[in-house]
Write a protein that binds this ligand. Structure first.
Ligand SMILES: [Zn+2]
Length: 465
């Protein structure tokens, strides 16, 4: 028994990504993400690995469901080295600091509620800002794409561009003693999107593949088509004399929206409306994007050589809360981009309070709205919502644009996976069980690979060889 793989997260679910790979005496973790939504309490369990034995943590990218438990690992005694691309380290830092802030606020709300209702106190936040800062000491090895890194003289690690968000990587791990190769897809990107490059295909030979399946059951609408839907939604709102609200996550999507608005404006398609990026986190993330042009795709790089790809005329960056409140006075011709993307918190809620009841305004969703979120409730046709204890009627126009997803659709996942010629075993992770079943059936029909596919459970340990 020389290599064992353990599934510590993202097993038949989409959050908490983490895999423990033990090759002889070297233990590596691939991602250590936060469990989110109804799985949140799983974050308090760290029993899936002996932290002190882990020599390396490889981060595929900076989304919080892939890096959000790093401070927990350090608190529990991790003394190894963290390996990631340069943008993953940079973005990961602001994401983790923000996560600690959100946890503290959430804890305060739950605590007050428990006192008021005589319930037992909530679980304490997983970590605070100090723990986050402490974990940065372990951000040791910034690894570029395609440059091999040798660990303990027997394991070779290579990052390939996963095309998902800035700095995202797939990871190829080769056991130099047995020549076996294990490939982790990370989150793969939706091709033909601006800013990031399309994913790089893995090398044709690999023995074991661990692939994400977030959208394994469907293909997305084309990005060009979605862009036009987005533009029309904005123009209709401007014509009606209302404001446009765009709830969005701070990373990647916010920058894509700015990029696309600049394109519209330069093509003479968009009137000179006021645009507010009302999210301190998105403003910081945009600065990191501007710092890393070497990670852009060719088109964005060419634009960067001439100008700032994210600079739109009349763009206001509202970091300060007072600046944010001043937006309340604007009744028309404003595009307000604010977090969070699923309306479960953040500054967007204040803008909803001021605009959602006005039929001339619009709310444009550019991201997936999971079950149980306020965003989902509105998409499903709620006629009123409760915000800050007040009932608000939903009269604004609601638009849902699908093609902005940062995840590969089914055909892209197939393209990536089937470029590997004859894998011994394929593990489906980071997806809902129904979607994995759809993907499994397709692989069965197309490639006769049914015996190679396995859907692991949380905490399951598999001997690879
Ligand atoms: Zn991701």
């Amino acid at each position: 028994m020389e290599a064992v793989l353990k599934f510590n997260g993202a097993a038949q679910e989409v959050t908490g990504s983490s895999f423990l790979l033990k090759i002889r005496n070297t233990s590596l973790l691939i991602d250590f993400g936060l469990f989110q939504g109804e799985d949140y309490e799983k974050n308090y369990l760290l029993t899936y690995c002996n932290v002190k034995e882990v020599s390396y943590l490889i981060l595929t990218h900076a989304h919080i469901d892939h890096c959000g438990r790093v401070p927990c690992l350090v608190k529990k005694g991790f003394k190894g080295k963290i390996i990631a691309t340069k943008p993953t380290f940079q973005i990961g830092k602001i994401m983790l600091l923000d996560a600690s802030k959100v946890m503290r606020e959430h804890y305060k709300t739950l605590y007050k509620k428990s006192v008021r209702k005589g319930l037992k106190p909530p679980l304490p936040p997983l970590y605070d800002e100090y723990d986050v800062l402490e974990s940065f000491n372990y951000f040791k090895i910034a690894l570029p794409y395609e440059v091999p890194l040798i660990l303990n003289k027997e394991i070779r690690v290579v990052f390939k561009d996963a095309g998902h968000i800035l700095g995202s990587a797939s990871v190829e791990i080769k056991d130099l003693k047995t020549k076996k190769k294990i490939v982790f897809s990370g989150d793969l990107g939706n091709k033909n999107k601006p800013i990031v490059r399309d994913f790089t295909l893995p090398e044709a030979s690999a023995d074991f593949v661990i692939i994400e399946t977030t959208y394994a059951d469907r293909n997305h609408k084309s990005f060009e088509e979605s862009k036009m839907e987005f533009l029309n939604a904005i123009l209709e709102t401007v014509k009606r004399g209302g404001n446009v609200l765009i709830p969005t996550f701070a990373l990647e999507r916010a920058q894509e929206i700015l990029f696309v608005l600049r394109e519209f404006f330069e093509a003479g398609l968009l009137p000179k409306v006021k645009i507010f990026l009302d999210s301190p986190l998105a403003i910081k993330a945009t600065k990191i994007f501007k710092d890393n042009p070497e990670f852009y795709d060719e088109e964005t790089y060419q634009i960067f050589l001439q100008k700032d790809p994210f600079e739109v005329p009349n763009l206001f960056l509202t970091e300060d809360i007072e600046e944010s409140k001043a937006i309340n006075h604007i009744k028309s011709e404003a595009i307000i981009i604010a977090g969070n993307g699923t309306l479960t918190g953040g500054r967007i809620l204040h803008h909803l309070k001021n605009n959602l009841w006005r039929e001339e305004c619009s709310l444009i969703f550019v991201g997936f709205q999971p079950k149980g979120t306020l965003g989902r409730k509105i998409i499903e046709g709620a006629s009123k919502i409760v915000l800050f204890g007040e009932e608000i009627p939903v009269r604004a126009q609601i638009y849902t644009i699908n093609g902005f997803s940062s995840h590969a659709g089914q055909s892209e996942l197939l393209e990536w996976l089937t470029s590997i010629e004859n894998p011994q075993k394929i593990f489906l992770v980071h997806g809902e069980p129904e979607k994995m079943e759809v993907f499994k059936n397709i692989l069965k029909e197309k490639n006769n690979w049914q015996d190679k596919i396995y859907i692991p459970s949380l905490g399951e340990e598999i001997v690879l060889y």
